[in-house]
Design a protein around this ligand. Structure first.
Ligand code: SF4
Ligand code: SF4
Length: 421
């Protein structure tokens, strides 16, 4: 695609990157076939090709309007279009650049939206604030209206953190909202890796990966989070720890990009690249030590499960088939639904800002998962798990919780499933 970027951006790092991405697009439209918002809304401007045009026009000098902002807001950043694109167009990066331009050059958003976006950027990323609010919400859950209940998962006990200290250590990102919403995921990760002879270390000053700010077009806030995490982790990498385990694929996808996003920061570029290189999704870590775990498997808690592979796992990190293989070895058949490439509608804070689209996508996903006839749904990202759980009575778990159960021969989920022997 021919481009003529405007002076305000042409020679900037964003302009150079966006120009290369735009020029790679041959306008074939293959990507529209796998775009969830295009499938639902049927508008070219709610598909990747149309959004690419909108961004191109803005970067060539057109003033962004509220309408162009709406079409970009409706994008889930699921990156299914990247997986489909035969020309390797990096749509996700282009969308980030386009959103930044919209925030800076369009007329300001309505006051209510601005306040809500600010509240989410602040409240979701600070544990001292989010943890007590979630605990209160969980305590009052039965009295909450259904719409709020759907956002507040039932509390599941985390269970014990392993006491043994092994020589082999890895860092764990414990995240921002996950410890309060579903503390069992981190504890299960620690127990599974303990069985493999690995201890997890949580760096005290590490926190939110930055994805929430990044998706809300607060680039400076996101970069500041990234630098904070890098400062927290680099001393451990210098001591010889080689791996940062991440058990939310959305956060893993974000950390994988630290090196790229901080490439022009003279102080952080090299450290950011080191952190990205050390990051591993927990499925990759467990696959790497599977031979140590296999002999310890005691009992599969159920014979089959339905799997929703998050977009960040399959499209951003391009990890496919790993969890399925781990489950097969554990004696559990893991099935993916029809149209598994489509987003469930969670997409970070998307379900808060675009509830109608998010609910349609969730209901569609749950209907296809239900076709598989499994007693439990598993996924790999806190956002997807919480979002799906809000629309079904069937248990929705992180797959690491199930593997933890298979290793410990118990089942702590009190939702009508088989219990411990
Ligand atoms: S599939 Fe790729 S090259 Fe074709 S229109 Fe979509 S982004 Fe452009
Ligand atoms: S990221 Fe997802 S929602 Fe956005 S244009 Fe691509 S396929 Fe469509």
């Amino acid at each position: 695609m021919e481009t003529h970027l405007a002076d305000f951006i042409r020679d900037t790092p964003d302009g150079i990157e966006a120009d290369a991405i735009l020029r790679a697009c041959v306008h074939c439209g293959f990507c529209t076939a796998t775009c969830p918002t295009y499938q639902l809304l049927g508008d070219e401007l709610d598909g990747p090709r149309g959004r690419i045009y909108l961004i191109k026009e803005m970067l060539e000098g057109a003033t962004p309007t509220a309408k162009s902002r709406l079409h970009l807001d409706r994008c889930l950043t699921c990156r299914a279009c990247e997986t489909t694109c035969p020309s390797g167009v990096k749509y996700g990066r282009l969308a980030d650049i386009g959103r930044d331009v919209v925030e800076k050059r369009a007329t300001p958003r309505p006051l209510r939206q601005r306040l809500l976006r600010r509240a989410l950027r602040y409240g979701l990323t600070r544990r001292w604030l989010f943890d007590p609010l979630m605990a209160l919400g969980q305590a009052l859950r039965p009295a909450l209206p259904a719409s709020l209940q759907a956002k507040v998962p039932r509390r599941r006990e985390a269970g014990p953190w392993p006491g043994t200290i092994h020589d082999e250590r890895m860092l764990l990102l414990d995240g921002c909202v996950q410890p309060a919403m579903m503390p069992r995921i981190n504890a299960a990760t620690a127990r599974v890796l303990d069985k493999a002879g690995i201890s997890l270390v949580i760096a005290r000053d590490a926190g939110c990966c930055g994805a929430i700010q990044q998706h809300l077009a607060d680039r400076e806030g996101a970069l500041s989070r990234m630098r904070q995490n890098i400062d927290a982790w680099i001393p451990y990498l210098n001591q010889g720890i080689t791996t940062i385990v991440v058990n939310a694929s959305g956060c893993a996808a974000m950390i994988a990009e630290y090196g790229h996003l901080l490439r022009d920061d003279p102080e952080y570029a090299e450290k950011a690249a080191r952190v990205s290189a050390a990051m591993r999704d927990v499925s990759q870590v467990v696959a790497g030590v599977h031979d140590r775990l296999l002999p310890q498997l005691v009992r599969a808690p159920f014979p089959r499960a339905a799997f929703h592979p998050p977009c960040t796992l399959q499209h951003a990190l391009q990890i496919r088939g790993t969890v399925e293989a781990l489950f097969k070895a554990a004696g559990i058949d893991l099935f993916v639904p029809r149209d598994a490439h489509l987003c469930c509608g969670s997409a970070g804070t998307y379900s808060i800002f675009e509830p109608a689209i998010a609910t349609r996508l969730r209901n569609d996903k749950l209907a296809k998962l239900a076709e598989l006839g499994a007693p439990v749904i598993v996924s790999a990202n806190i956002g997807c798990i919480a979002h799906l759980q809000g629309g079904t009575a069937a248990p929705v778990l992180h797959w690491i919780e199930v593997l933890d159960d298979a290793l410990m021969a118990r089942h702590v989920v009190n939702d009508g499933l088989t219990r411990s022997p």
